[in-house]
Write a protein that binds this ligand. Structure first.
Ligand code: ATP
Ligand code: MG
Length: 390
């Protein structure tokens, strides 16, 4: 039986004249995500995209799994293709959805006829296919309000038949909003922040600060693994590893202890912004959440922000930890985030961090030492890799 993937795109339909550009980006992303499974041709019609396999033997289970993680898709279904006559429609519905119909008690048939020349009207198609399926499955009842299974028959250039639509990832196609740079630690929050902004259509770069020997090779590998998990949603990530030891030691040696963390966060912002701008990013992304720790009070966030030359997106700012964890579990990053390797944030932490800092205080503390050459060296020493999910 010939099968295709029928995709309903989401907010894209609201975008008026830009719609076609958005759809093209979505198709490019779908093509890339499906390419390991075989070749597909893509057809656009109204708010639907049809992925039509050119090869036989496509693994549709894997295809569904992949489609669930493509942003810009509201819902999708695998549909069977059949000839344009009632006999073929009845037989294909029986063959393709028989298994599903065995397992439910209520159903209805929904017909959409965009080819007005077809021999039957939509109500006639519903009545005929519904009657036929009832005769084959006597345990079934028709429920037009809340059926367990909706059998949809779409009469287009060809006829497509499918069951219930599966939920897509929503959001906007990655690439439709430009590019931004995620500050990725090994914690729970930043991978979630990356996922959320990529869902709004951003291509992600990721920057990670490592301070060997205070931080280990395994901590670095954990962050790469997290980037790989985020890439299952966002697509390929340009990963940048910044050597941060020298700067952290200088901070330890030249800055008052209660400002260690804040100066370090400001250095991260400066370096990340430079690397980000070099790669065409228009914003930074962090996993900060208001009040979560001393460095995330409103005053601390203000002084951190002041060090960045780019806008800083903080999608978790208003979320509780348990809400963040719920998303981390759903996107499969939680277990990896829990692995107990140290982050550079946890070396040289002050006993009593400042919680009411001001930009003036921080600027004064930073003026005690010439950090600029160290920032340059960190940027120059950064190593780049491309991280992809598959
Ligand atoms: P996370 O769970 O994301 O690590 P957190 O609650 O532990 O966040 P912090 O450690 O204060 O909070 O870090 C705040 C944000 O700073 C992180 O969400 C991340 O965006 C960024 N960040 C922290 N450490 C690093 C690092 N080593 N490399 C890159 N970014 C970092
Ligand atoms: Mg952290």
């Amino acid at each position: 039986m010939k099968k295709v993937i029928l995709v309903k795109n989401g907010e894209i339909v609201l975008k008026g004249l830009n719609r076609s550009t958005f759809e093209d980006i979505l198709i490019k992303n779908m093509r890339r995500r499906l390419s390991p499974l075989g070749k597909f041709e893509f057809l656009k019609s109204q708010s639907t995209i049809i992925a039509w396999p050119e090869d036989d033997g496509i693994d549709f289970e894997s295809a569904e799994e992949r489609m669930r993680r493509v942003f810009g898709i509201v819902g999708f279904s695998v549909a069977a293709v059949c000839d344009k006559n009632m006999d073929s429609i009845r037989q294909t519905a029986l063959e393709f959805l028989g298994g599903d119909l065995q397992n439910v008690r209520t159903f209805k048939v929904n017909a959409k006829r965009s080819d007005k020349k077809f021999e039957k009207t939509s109500p006639e198609i519903c009545a005929e296919v519904g009657g036929f399926l009832l005769s084959r499955f006597p345990h079934l009842k028709v429920d037009v309000h809340e059926p367990q299974l909706i059998v949809t028959v779409e009469v287009r250039d060809t006829v497509l038949i499918h069951g219930n639509q599966q939920k897509g990832a929503g959001g906007l196609p990655v690439g439709s909003s430009g590019r931004a740079c995620l500050l990725l630690s090994g914690g729970i929050d930043s991978p979630v922040a990356g996922y959320m902004m990529s869902k709004r259509g951003l291509i992600l770069d990721a920057v990670h600060f490592a301070s060997p020997p205070y931080t280990s090779k395994r901590a670095e590998q954990k962050v790469r693994d997290l980037a790989k998990l985020v890439a299952r949603w966002s697509g390929r990530i340009n990963f940048m590893l910044v050597p941060f030891t020298e700067l952290q030691e200088a901070i330890r040696d030249h800055v008052p202890e209660d400002m260690f963390t804040l100066v370090m966060r400001r250095m991260m912002m400066r370096i990340a912004a430079r690397l980000a701008e070099n790669d065409g990013c228009k914003a930074l992304i962090t996993g900060e959440s208001l009040g979560q720790v001393a460095s995330q009070t409103i005053d601390s966030l203000a002084v951190t922000n002041a060090a960045s030359s780019l806008p800083v997106f903080r999608p978790l700012i208003g979320m509780d930890k348990d809400e963040i964890i719920e998303i981390a579990r759903r996107i499969d990053t939680f277990e990896t985030s829990l692995l107990p390797y140290e982050d550079c944030c946890t070396v040289f932490t002050p006993k009593h961090p400042k919680t009411r800092p001001t930009v003036e205080l921080l600027e004064e503390a930073e003026a005690a030492f010439d950090f600029a050459p160290l920032i340059d060296r960190a940027v120059e020493g950064t190593r780049f890799t491309s991280i992809d999910a598959c």
